[in-house]
Design a binder for this molecule. Structure first.
Ligand SMILES: [Fe+2]
Ligand SMILES: [Fe+2]
Length: 521
């Protein structure tokens, strides 16, 4: 529309120009004609007038031709000018268009940059989500492993291992708070003894007291940091993240401390969040485990009380069941029994004579030898033990306790009671208890005479060498030879357990000195 109206204006201008040009060109000639007709012709002769007319006609023609020719030439010139103008306009339009396109291209670039930024942000978010997913998976896996382990002794190193791995740390320390003693305690793998620290001292002690998390890049810069461990173990503690472990009601029960973040200067805010999540899982696992430990302690003390009540019925059997248990456990460890087998044996040994609760006082407390009837009644105590223990609910994996306890008076040659089982039919736990039970009966005072090598002794403890010779002599008939060998291997430890208590030092020292002189104080 704009181009059309521009062309129309140009055409009109050209016509106006043409009219004015012709008129301007003719005006001098018309003036000359007017002067000639008015002033010259009246003065001339007729033949001169004709000649003048011819000159005038030729001049007029020339005068007409010149404007036309000029007009033609001017038109061409104006055409060129218009073409040039159009060209300039066209070029201008092109430049404008290019500029516009350039601007548009610039906007596209900006748009691309925006998209690139959005894409980068989305990629970052995806990477972050992936990382968070990995952390969450790791947390769930750790939580699952920790809550599945209820045994405190196994849980402790499990927590340390899992947290060290999950936090990418070089070391982890786990402390339990003992509020009664105002101390923290921890265990080092394979070491039975606890390491104890006063509350309020060092990093862990301070965090335990304040309940506030501590995150430092270099522990050595803290004036209260104890460098003893570093010096003794050629270790350099740098970054430390330390947090309190709380139970389900928010009470502080322990401290979790991760040391030296791998690949980084220090633990960051993400580590803090992750360790906080971990400590809540550790808190649940520890609380469950400690609760079970408490229940187990309560269960064990009930059983010991029950066993002690039976032993206490006769003044000479006091402490018998506990000693049989301790000797049995020494043998079991010497023979490499599993933890569950040892636990089962422990309950069987502590309760092995509980059936005596069903034996009349007249027989149980009789001073002297039994009649055959009395002996028969006395020999029912293992079956009574089993009947009582069958009513107990023992922890999982310890259902064999009654069967092991009932056979503590069996002999490997099948001459024992109540079932006359032979060595290959007897549970190993029963064969271990048999050796422990007889050894304690021989080395304790009894109100019936003892017999050795055909001689009748009194009821006093049998001299140790004599008791040991009986064990050796009856290995293969009464006792399992492997169990006797295992017991003799740990005999110094067994004697040391009750030296100064059940055993007077003069009773055991020669034997301990001959077998393991280093053990004597
Ligand atoms: Fe017994
Ligand atoms: Fe016994």
């Amino acid at each position: 529309m704009m181009i059309f109206s521009t062309s129309l204006t140009a055409e009109k201008t050209r016509r106006i120009f043409m009219v004015f040009f012709v008129l301007a060109s003719l005006l001098p000639f018309l003036l000359i004609i007017f002067v000639i007709f008015q002033y010259v012709l009246p003065l001339l002769a007729p033949d001169q007038i004709n000649s003048l007319r011819e000159i005038f006609a030729y001049s007029l023609m020339a005068a007409l031709l010149i404007p036309l020719l000029s007009f033609f030439l001017m038109s061409r010139w104006i055409g060129s000018l218009e073409a040039l103008t159009e060209d300039v306009k066209s070029k201008s339009a092109q430049i404008y268009k290019e500029e516009k396109e350039f601007k548009e291209e610039n906007e596209i670039l900006t748009l691309i940059r925006y998209f690139d930024a959005i894409f980068q942000t989305a990629t970052d978010h995806l990477a972050e989500q992936k990382h968070l997913k990995e952390l969450l998976s790791s947390l769930i896996a750790v939580a699952y492993d920790l809550t599945a382990e209820l045994d405190f002794d196994r849980l402790f190193p499990l927590i340390i291992g899992k947290v060290t791995e999950a936090m990418s740390a070089e070391r982890t320390s786990l402390y339990i708070i003992d509020w009664e003693r105002h101390e923290l305690w921890t265990k080092v793998a394979e070491q039975v003894e606890q390491i104890r620290l006063p509350l309020g001292k060092g990093i862990s002690g301070r965090v335990a007291e304040s309940g506030e998390m501590l995150n430092v890049a270099d522990a050595w810069e803290l004036p209260y940091f104890d460098r003893t461990f570093d010096r003794e173990h050629q270790f350099r503690t740098r970054s430390v993240l330390c947090m309190p472990i709380k139970n389900h009601v928010g009470e502080k029960i322990g401290i979790l401390q991760v040391i030296n973040k791998k690949g980084k200067e220090r633990f960051d805010s993400e580590d803090e969040i992750f360790l906080k999540a971990l400590t809540s899982q550790v808190g649940i696992a520890l609380e469950n485990s400690l609760l079970i430990e408490e229940l187990l302690l309560s269960f064990n003390s009930s059983i010991r009380t029950l066993s002690a009540m039976v032993d206490a019925r006769h003044p000479l059997t006091a402490g018998h069941s506990q000693r049989v248990t301790d000797y049995s456990l020494l043998i079991a460890r010497e023979m490499g029994l599993s933890k569950d087998e040892v636990e089962t044996l422990k309950y069987a040994a502590i309760l092995h004579d509980i059936g005596k609760i069903g034996i009349r006082d007249a027989i149980l407390l009789k001073n002297g030898q039994f009649t055959p009837e009395e002996r028969a009644e006395m020999n029912t105590h293992p079956v009574k033990t089993k009947a009582i223990l069958d009513k107990f609910h023992f922890p999982k994996g310890m259902q064999e306790v009654p069967d092991i306890a009932v056979h503590h008076h069996e002999k490997v040659n099948g001459q024992g009671y109540p079932d006359g089982l032979t060595g290959d039919q007897l549970p190993l736990g029963s064969k271990i208890m048999t050796v422990a039970d007889v050894f304690d009966a021989l080395t304790s005072r009894r109100d019936y005479p003892k017999y050795a090598s055909g001689e009748t002794l009194n009821g006093d403890p049998m001299p140790l060498p004599m008791a040991i010779s009986i064990l050796k002599k009856e290995a293969g008939t009464h006792f399992d030879p492997d169990v006797v060998a295992a017991f003799l291997s740990c005999l110094p430890q067994a004697l040391l357990l009750y030296r100064g208590d059940h055993f007077p030092p003069e009773y055991v020292d020669d034997m301990i000195r001959s077998l393991a002189p280093d053990l004597l104080p």
